[in-house]
Design a protein around this ligand. Structure first.
Ligand code: ARG
Length: 465
């Protein structure tokens, strides 16, 4: 019989028992559950609500239970609805009435909120650490290829040449923002609901500040109804995970393109590729595809909880039991994606010559030729048109801008002189973009310094104050 069965005459139906249970999912919160219970028991004893002997017996038995769960020897009873019931039933079986006193002044409503917040806080910290490790790999690859030129794209059309390092670093800034979002989610989880009891607080002289301190929360939640009803911190965590997965999916898309025969910009290592069961020649970028695909599920996890919480009245409603599956999944998935992406980038081979060969196509110097004229007094719009004509000439002849003779240039504008060849050089084009945040070698070197500085700062921030 369930621990709440006093007012019932019949046991629950086997189907509804299974349907209503969350144990298969919230098992994962066993450590947070025993941690929360120990803090509650110690506080009850300090407040004189239970005896110190009872608190000691509870603490010891909770440690034993936790150890057994970790060793895989704890016998979970499938009739227990959730991890809270599993642990408490075992406690009562082992130490009798002392165990039965643990739940004084507490409800599963504040208990589950406490466990979930402890879990979310810890997982957010672990995700922040995995985020930093991935950024480290991106920065290392940027440093290793500081002088590699690739075509930069807009609309997937050749636009202007950029440094490959510049392109990779763009992702470190995206991931740095993800780090901030994860940190914000961790902060949102960092508040103590314990002591809210079922919804209204309790008649026992609980010290909510003591459990706050014992559990490492920054403050007790000021409203007991809000304490048991709030799952915003999970939305925040899943939103952070969703955006970060979106970022990874964009990088995956590029990795997939770059490893095609058409691009040939990179080769993924064997460890991060798979073969085909029918086509012996195939080497597929499966893991980049998989990360791209998993993004859909993580975004789905966020959507699911948003819809579950929509219109829920205060305070606890059983709907909220649906919160954990998606949140745990989103955190686990993002962590795996970070690890996979870091390994994939660390082991890939870059082909600078293939990137350069592509950068030479598509008239990437066109903007700079127009700038050449504009800097010599030709209004930019007119210069734009002149270069448009030159590109058209190239298209008709099937050549590039740097194949044209000085006479060809001068036929379109008398302003062109022999030094126009300088405006056509890809390295010179890249290095001329010295604006802060631009693609010039010097600007990218500066960017690398800043990316490293932020990485070091974020590494520190993983440790809670
Ligand atoms: N298994 C529940 C959950 O995960 C625990 C809280 C249940 N509280 C209750 N009064 N039914 O949300």
């Amino acid at each position: 019989m369930a621990l709440w069965s006093g007012r019932f005459e019949e046991g629950v139906d086997a189907f509804t028992q299974r349907f209503g249970a969350s144990l298969p999912v919230d098992k994962a919160l066993y450590a947070q559950d025993t941690q929360g219970s120990k803090a509650h028991a110690a506080m009850l004893a300090a407040q004189g609500v239970i005896s110190q002997e009872d608190a000691d017996a509870i603490t010891q038995a909770l440690s034993d239970i936790q150890q057994e769960i970790e060793a895989g020897t704890f016998a979970f009873d499938v009739n227990d609805e959730d991890i809270h019931m599993s642990v408490e039933s075992a406690l009562i079986q082992r130490i009798g009435s002392a165990g039965a006193r643990l739940h004084t002044g507490r409800s599963r409503n504040d208990q589950v909120a406490t466990d979930t917040r402890l879990y979310a806080k810890e997982r957010a910290g672990q995700l922040m650490a995995a985020n930093v490790r991935l950024r480290q790999v991106l920065i290392e690859q940027a440093e290793a290829h500081e002088d590699v030129i690739m075509p930069g794209y807009t609309h997937m059309q050749h636009a202007q040449p950029v440094l490959f390092a510049h392109h990779l670093l763009a992702y470190t800034w995206m991931l740095a923002r993800d780090f901030e979002r994860l940190a914000a989610a961790r902060k949102a989880a960092d508040a103590n609901p314990l002591g809210a009891a079922a919804l209204a607080g309790t008649t026992y002289p609980l010290d909510r500040f003591a459990t706050t301190q014992a559990l490492g929360f920054s403050h007790p939640i000021p409203n007991s109804l809000d304490a048991v009803s709030d799952r915003d911190f999970l939305l925040d965590l899943m939103y952070a995970a969703s955006v970060s997965c979106l970022h990874l999916s964009r990088l995956c898309e590029e990795i997939i393109l770059w490893s095609t025969a058409e691009f040939g910009f990179i080769t993924l290592s064997d460890a991060y590729s798979t073969g085909s069961s029918i086509m012996p020649q195939k080497k597929n970028p499966d893991f980049a595809e998989l990360i791209r695909g998993k993004t859909g599920r993580v975004v789905g996890d966020l959507m699911a909880l948003m819809v579950t919480l929509k219109s829920l009245p205060l305070a606890y409603n059983k709907d909220m039991q649906e919160d954990k599956q998606g949140a745990l999944d989103a955190a686990d998935t993002l962590e795996d994606c970070y690890i996979c992406m870091a390994g994939m980038l660390h082991t890939m081979t870059v082909h600078p010559e293939a990137m350069l060969a592509q950068a030479k196509k598509g008239h990437l110097a066109a903007t700079d030729v127009a700038d050449y004229l504009a800097k010599r007094g030709v209004p930019f719009r007119n210069a734009h048109e002149v270069v448009g004509h030159l590109v058209l000439t190239c298209e008709k002849r099937g050549c590039n801008l740097d194949d044209l003779s000085l006479e060809d240039f001068q036929a379109e504008s008398s302003v062109f002189e022999a030094d126009i060849v300088d405006a056509l050089d890809l390295h010179a084009i890249v290095d001329a973009r010295t604006t802060y945040g631009g693609t010039a070698t010097a600007a990218v070197a500066q960017q690398l310094v800043e990316a490293r500085e932020l990485l070091a700062k974020d590494e520190q921030a993983i440790q809670l104050p």
